[in-house]
Write a protein that binds this ligand. Structure first.
Ligand code: SF4
Ligand code: SF4
Length: 363
C-alpha cells in the first residue's frame, strides 16, 4: 500500500480506501472479514456513507480494536432511522443518526465529519440555516470531530463550500465518464471539474474519490458510455492522477474483492495506462494534458505528466507546485523538442509547444 499525506491535517491516508456501498450486501461474517482484510492489506481510510445502517456495527466488530489506526468519514446528513440510507436536512434526525453511528462503531470520535451530499446551492443554504453546520462545528470544538469534510457531485456547490475554507477533505465522484459528460453524476463540464481538482490541490484539501468506476458501468463494454470497458486498475490510476486526490474509495463485498483491489500495486505500467480514453474525449478536452504519461519514454528523461501537472497548478498560483516542479530531476528546460510525445499523445496535446511555454513561465 502506498500513502499520501493530507497537507492540512497531516493524516497519512492509503491511496486505496474503501467505501461502504456494497459491503452491506454481504452476509454479516463475510462483511466483517472483508473490512478486516482491507485493514490488514494497509487500507486505513473508510467512507461510511453506507447504503444501510447495519454497516456501522459491521465496522464496529471488524475494527474497534484497531480504531486509532484507521480513519472514518462520517456524514452529517445521512439518516439511518429506517435502516436503509436516507438523506436529511433535519437537525434532530442528524443528531440521532450520528449518536447511533458512533455507538455501533464502538467509537467516541470521528476523523472527518462530513457536510453530507450537497448537490444544490439551496440545500447547502438550508443545511446552514437548519443548524447542521453549526452542530458539526460544535462537535469539532468538543474534539468529537477531528476535521471537517464535504461530499458533493456538483462543481459549483463545491466551489461555494471551498470558499468557506472550513474543509480539509472533499469527497467527489471522479472517473473518466463523469469528467467527459457521461453518466448519472456527470455534473459540470470537463473544465469546471478540472478547476475543482486544481483548487483542492492548491488549498491542500484532499479529495477522496467516490464512484471511481461510475457505479461499475465503466468496467463492462455493454454498459460503458464509451462502448469499451476499462479495468479496475485503469480507473484507480485515472483517479489517483487527478490533482488533489489522496484516496480512491471502491466498494467491496468479499475478501476476494479486496484482494483484487490490492493487486493494483502488482500491475505493470502498461496495465494502468488509461490513455485509451483519449479516443472518447469531447472536443473541449482536446489538446489538454491529462497527465497519463502515455507519451513516454521521453529521450530527455522528463516526467512529462508531472511537469504538466505542476505547471497547470503554478498557473493558478500554487506556489508549492512551483517548488515541486523545480525539485524535479529533469524539467521543461531539458526538452530537446524531438516531438516523440506529440506523435504519441492520444489527446492531441502539442507537448513540444507546452514545454516551450513552461520554460518561459518557470525559467
Ligand atoms: S502529453 Fe498526452 S500522452 Fe503525454 S501525459 Fe499529457 S495527455 Fe498523456
Ligand atoms: S519533445 Fe521534449 S518532452 Fe517531448 S519527448 Fe521530446 S524531449 Fe521529451
Amino acid at each position: 500500500m502506498q500513502y499520501r499525506i493530507n497537507r492540512r491535517t497531516g493524516d497519512k491516508i492509503s491511496e486505496i480506501g474503501m467505501g461502504t456501498a456494497y459491503v452491506v450486501e454481504a452476509v454479516r461474517q463475510e462483511a466483517v472479514r472483508t473490512v478486516r482484510r482491507a485493514y490488514e492489506g494497509g487500507i486505513n481510510y473508510f467512507d461510511l456513507a453506507a447504503a444501510d445502517g447495519t454497516a456501522f456495527s459491521t465496522f464496529g466488530e471488524a475494527l474497534a480494536d484497531v480504531r486509532d489506526e484507521v480513519m472514518y468519514q462520517i456524514h452529517f446528513g445521512a439518516d439511518y432511522s429506517r435502516v436503509t440510507y436516507g438523506w436529511t436536512l433535519d437537525l434532530d434526525t442528524v443528531k440521532r443518526s450520528i449518536d447511533k453511528q458512533l455507538k455501533d462503531l464502538k467509537t467516541d470520535y470521528i476523523n472527518y465529519g462530513f457536510i453530507h451530499c450537497q448537490d444544490e446551492s439551496k440545500d447547502w443554504a438550508k443545511y446552514k440555516k437548519n443548524g447542521i453546520l453549526e452542530y458539526l462545528l460544535e462537535m469539532k470544538e468538543h474534539g468529537v470531530v477531528k476535521h471537517i469534510g464535504a461530499s458533493s457531485h456538483t462543481p459549483a456547490v463545491i466551489q461555494e463550500i471551498l470558499d468557506t475554507d472550513l474543509i480539509d477533505m472533499l469527497m467527489f465522484s471522479v472517473n473518466p465518464a463523469y469528467d467527459y459528460n457521461h453518466g448519472e453524476y456527470a455534473y459540470g463540464g470537463v473544465d469546471e471539474r478540472t478547476e475543482v481538482y486544481k483548487r483542492c490541490e492548491k488549498l491542500g484539501v484532499g479529495i477522496s474519490v467516490m464512484k471511481p468506476f461510475s457505479g461499475g458501468q465503466l468496467l463492462n463494454a455493454k454498459t460503458s458510455p464509451f462502448g469499451k470497458a476499462l479495468t479496475l486498475y485503469q480507473c484507480i490510476r485515472y483517479a489517483l492522477d487527478r490533482p488533489g486526490v489522496l484516496t480512491v474509495l471502491p466498494g467491496a463485498q468479499s475478501v476476494e474483492e479486496i484482494e483484487l483491489l490490492l493487486k493494483y500495486y502488482e500491475q505493470p505500467e502498461e496495465a494502468l495506462d488509461y490513455s485509451v480514453i483519449g479516443s472518447f474525449a469531447p472536443p473541449e478536452a482536446g489538446g489538454k494534458c491529462v497527465y497519463c504519461n502515455h507519451c513516454q519514454p521521453c529521450p530527455a528523461g522528463i516526467d512529462i505528466a508531472a511537469v504538466n501537472k505542476f505547471y497547470d497548478l503554478v498557473k493558478i498560483g500554487d506556489e508549492m507546485a512551483r517548488e515541486h516542479y523545480l525539485a524535479l530531476d529533469k524539467n521543461a528546460a531539458d526538452c530537446v523538442a524531438c516531438g516523440h510525445c506529440n506523435s504519441r499523445c492520444p489527446f492531441s496535446v502539442d507537448q513540444v509547444g507546452r514545454m516551450k511555454e513552461i520554460r518561459e513561465l518557470i525559467p
